[in-house]
Design a protein around this ligand. Sequence first.
Ligand code: FES
Length: 109
Amino acid sequence: MYHAICNVDQLSNGECASLEAQDSAFFVVRYNDQWFAYKNACPHLGLSLDFVPNQFLVPDKSMIQCSSHGALFEIETGECLAGPCTGQSLQKVPFEIQQGQVCILVQNA
Ligand code: FES
């Protein structure tokens, strides 16, 4: 089932939105006018990546970062390039733009 996570015009490049649904947490990143959606769970310990809500990126907005341990993930692929889970990846989530909203596909638990 698709869940709206934010309006398309709600986020500028380098901004994120998050959502909890079906006992899981998710986030989307707008980056270079593209959208990327992942589960909000580090492949290392499964912790949420944002300590401050919706703050998923490093200050220059070029990478996703685990706020607990500093692991760095490529925005486009979710691959961890540095940190305790190097070589592992965030779990991508399917999404669609529906009526001006970014909607992620949440599988039933
Ligand atoms: S939980 Fe994996 S780097 Fe923080």
